[in-house]
Design a protein around this ligand. Structure first.
Ligand SMILES: [Zn+2]
Length: 326
């Protein structure tokens, strides 16, 4: 499922050469009211290229780029899967003032575009700059609407001793920095395929983005994962295929596994009682990676499941409930 826009028909290589701004095409809104998507192709400035083919031989036409987005309406903490098909060798997506490189997939160049918890709702331009093998650059554009997410609130009562013991800012900050340094890396390779699996069986005990009110304070912060309550020892499996980039004990998240799915997308599994994989292991979707536990800063056996794209934490359940459009 997706929304497509592209240049009508095929543009021959020869037709793309020689002009600064060459072709434009727009697909207007369909009957269902999907916003307009535009394509603009630009060739590099400079002298006309020297022909390298013998007279009478036509160059192979390039397949023009086509933009496919998984959804035109995405919730805060959701993600849009952006793909470009055609003869495209690379490029980048810009959305909400942030830029993400495209990664080569099986049939397209793609990336997961994250929407942060505090990104403003409303319509925003999504711009995709693409490069073609002949040096041509193109810009494809769609308008994506960010929808507000209503965050749940957890009202807690802590004694001063508990507050001091639980929230050592230094420890929390160091661990955040370690994970962030992993989550911002982009492996230029697609390591996932097919649907995203819920990694453990159990009850949803805390949603992603949940805010905390401590001792009556205004709700603040956002829970960075999805909590699944389950008995200690419950199997935890990989939500999708990838490479294990972290498998060790942390202070706050306890025993933790992080899987790199390529293209800047990661999943994390925290508070494990045991770890069944090692850093560097290649894992398949559904493969056992550990067991539910109560390690680190945790008040009962549960799995804390994180998903991050380009360093931004996302609601993992939106990878499984269809609201991201994939
Ligand atoms: Zn959690």
């Amino acid at each position: 499922m997706g929304y497509r826009a592209g240049l009508a028909g095929r543009l021959a290589l020869a037709a793309l050469a020689g002009a600064a701004v060459l072709a434009g095409a727009a697909c207007s809104a369909g009957a269902d009211g999907t916003p307009e998507v535009t394509v603009r192709m630009v060739t590099p400035a400079g002298p006309a290229p020297t022909p390298t083919l013998p007279p009478g031989v036509s160059p192979t036409p390039l397949v023009p780029p086509e933009l496919v987005v998984s959804t035109l309406e995405v919730y805060q903490a959701g993600a849009v899967l952006v793909s470009v098909t055609g003869d495209v060798i690379g490029g980048q997506v810009e959305f909400l003032g942030r830029k993400y490189p495209l990664t080569k997939g099986s049939q397209s160049q793609y990336t997961f575009v994250p929407v942060d918890t505090e990104d403003p709702p409303g319509e925003h331009a999504l711009l995709v700059d693409v490069r073609m093998p002949n040096g041509t650059r193109g810009t494809l554009q769609a308008t994506v609407r960010v929808l507000p997410t209503e965050w749940t609130v957890d009202y807690l009562e802590f004694t001063p001793e508990q507050t001091a013991a639980l929230l050592d800012p230094q420890v929390v900050a160091e661990e955040q920095a370690l994970l962030k340094s992993i989550y911002v890396k982009v492996t230029p390779q697609k390591l996932w395929s097919g649907p995203w699996l819920i990694p453990a069986q159990g009850a949803l005990t805390a949603r992603f983005g949940e805010q905390r009110s401590v001792n009556g304070s205004a709700p603040s912060g956002h829970h960075g994962g999805t909590d699944i309550g389950a008995p200690e020892g419950t199997p935890v499996v990989a939500t999708n295929s990838g490479v294990v980039v972290l498998a060790r004990e942390l202070r706050v998240r306890g025993n933790m596994v992080v899987i790199d799915h390529g293209g800047g997308l990661y999943s994390g599994y925290a508070h494990l009682s045991s770890i069944a994989v090692a850093e560097g292991d290649r894992v398949e979707a559904g493969q056992l990676i550990g067991a539910v536990g109560n390690t680190g800063l945790s008040t009962g056996a549960h799995l804390h499941w994180e998903m991050a794209a380009h360093g931004i934490l996302l609601d993992a359940l939106r990878f499984t409930d269809g609201t991201n459009g994939f």
